[in-house]
Write a protein that binds this ligand. Structure first.
Ligand SMILES: Cc1cc2nc3c(=O)[nH]c(=O)nc-3n(C[C@H](O)[C@H](O)[C@H](O)COP(=O)(O)OP(=O)(O)OC[C@H]3O[C@@H](n4cnc5c(N)ncnc54)[C@H](O)[C@@H]3O)c2cc1C
Length: 428
């Protein structure tokens, strides 16, 4: 082992591998009672170094125990089999905070409270708050799917992880999830790695969801949008559908008095861009407005045209670009396109309204969809935010994934369904 580890040290920058007693001791335990000395501790500074270290250990069967802040309560980062502790404390940069997209991109060694306070300064909110937040790392929080007092209202760490870069046991670097607030491209591998306690891979970067407190200090629970074609169809089918070319539906929840004052502030903000504002309070009145929104799909079906319903999702800051792309496709191909959906998370239903009798494998529709999906992927979006791949998006699965991601899907499928009897013929 010692010989191997000194060979590994020669492959890395000076000081990246240490084996002095104090370093070994400091990396032998967490906040629980167990303790065990590793043979060495690695301090990589980037993903390439992590990949090199893990691939080397894989080749020589050296145990690797990943460590964040070492504040776990269950001995998760204790190297009981010796070998190498992979400490991520030097990968501690917040790479990006994007108010437009409502995301932070971080290295795993960032201390949790540092992200929370940096986000707060930008009027953004990162809710997960384990009581260890001043000492634990975001990588550790992800690997343990940490909770905290605010879980009651906001949920656990998993609810804030949108994308991960992970180094697998053989050193392969794979990216799962992404930057969008919804993503249904393939298996939920973000969910698989979150809470996996360092046993399935090493998290080397995370894209985390930040809640956006709107300029006015408001945090709506729903933000829905609809375009002229959708609203024209709605007026023919739904009583009370609004007589306007576009619609933004904003919902607030909470105590009646606080909702009332938030609504008043929202109305003030929206007045500069909206010609008409309707407000409703209480379940019955709000339900009447939601009935309009829920009726959109049925109203589009009633046009008699064939609705090819796509659920693409883009980073929130690119919603306007998505509407422009849909308008361009509509103009270039002469096919009406209806856009409506969840503006709050960038998930817009882009519906191609094809002539009656159009089949699902129509080559012209395929071309339009290819252009739509390519445009969305270029924006950092995903081809499905809600519905999944199924058969409909199978032709674009390769474009929407990397070889490493596809291989990972296949390996998981092989382990759990070695004879390929479960739902064969789909995207794997
Ligand atoms: C005072 C105190 C209060 C606490 N309060 C809470 C609480 O309110 N809620 C809560 O959920 N927990 C709490 N904890 C437990 C602990 O803080 C959490 O489990 C935290 O997420 C651990 O983070 P860490 O960076 O210290 O991880 P570590 O202890 O270093 O590691 C924990 C696990 O994650 C793995 N790991 C670490 N980083 C990575 C990575 N980048 N990639 C893959 N695997 C990795 C390790 O191998 C290990 O299995 C508390 C602990 C203390 C000491």
């Amino acid at each position: 082992m010692k010989r191997h580890l000194s060979k590994l040290a020669r492959l890395l920058p000076r000081g990246a591998i240490r084996s002095d007693f104090l370093t070994l001791k400091n990396n032998s335990s967490d906040a629980w009672m167990a303790s065990s000395l590793p043979d060495a501790v690695a301090f990589p500074k980037n993903t390439a170094e992590v990949s090199k270290i893990v691939a080397f250990c894989h080749r020589h069967r050296i145990p690797v125990t990943t460590r964040g802040g070492g504040r776990g309560y269950v001995g998760g980062c204790v190297p009981v089999k010796g070998g190498l502790v992979l400490s991520l404390v030097k990968m501690n940069r917040i790479r990006e905070i994007s108010p437009q997209d409502g995301v932070a991109v971080v290295q795993p060694g960032v201390i949790t409270s540092k992200l929370a306070s940096t986000a707060k300064r930008r009027r953004l909110f990162y809710p997960p708050d384990p009581a260890s937040l001043k000492e634990s790392t975001l990588g550790g929080n992800i690997a343990t799917n940490a909770g905290g007092p605010r879980c009651l209202k906001y949920g656990v760490t998993r609810n804030y992880v949108l994308g991960l870069e992970v180094v697998l046991a053989d050193g392969t670097v794979v990216r799962v999830g992404g930057r969008t607030h919804k993503n249904r491209t393939g298996f939920d591998l973000v969910g698989l790695f979150t809470g996996s306690e360092g046993m399935l891979g090493v998290v080397t970067e995370a894209t985390l969801r930040l809640l956006k407190i709107l300029g006015s200090g408001l945090l709506p629970c729903a933000l829905e949008i609809a375009d002229p074609f959708t609203l024209a169809a709605a007026r023919k089918a739904i009583p009370n559908a609004p007589r306007c070319d576009s619609m933004l539906l904003v919902e607030f929840d909470g105590q009646p008095s606080s909702v009332k004052s938030e609504l008043a502030i929202a109305a003030k903000v929206l007045r500069s861009t909206s010609s008409k504002i309707f407000t409703a309070h209480g379940d019955a009145a709000c339900e009447k407005i939601w009935e309009i929104r829920r009726g959109f799909s049925y109203a589009l079906r009633d046009t008699g045209l064939v609705k090819l319903n796509e659920d693409v999702t883009v980073p929130r800051g690119r919603i306007v670009d998505l509407f422009h792309l849909a308008a361009k496709l509509q103009k270039n191909y002469g096919i009406p396109i209806s856009c409506f959906g969840h503006a709050g998370d960038g998930n817009i239903h882009v519906n191609l309204m094809a002539p009656i009798g159009t089949r699902h494998d129509d080559p012209r529709m395929h071309r339009i969809l290819s252009e739509l999906f390519q445009g969305v992927l270029k924006m950092g979006g995903v081809i499905s935010g809600e519905h999944g791949i199924g058969l409909a998006k199978k032709p674009w699965w390769n474009a929407a994934s990397t070889p490493a991601l596809r291989k990972l899907h296949q390996r998981i499928k092989k382990v759990l369904d070695p004879k390929d009897v479960l739902n064969p013929g789909k995207f794997l």
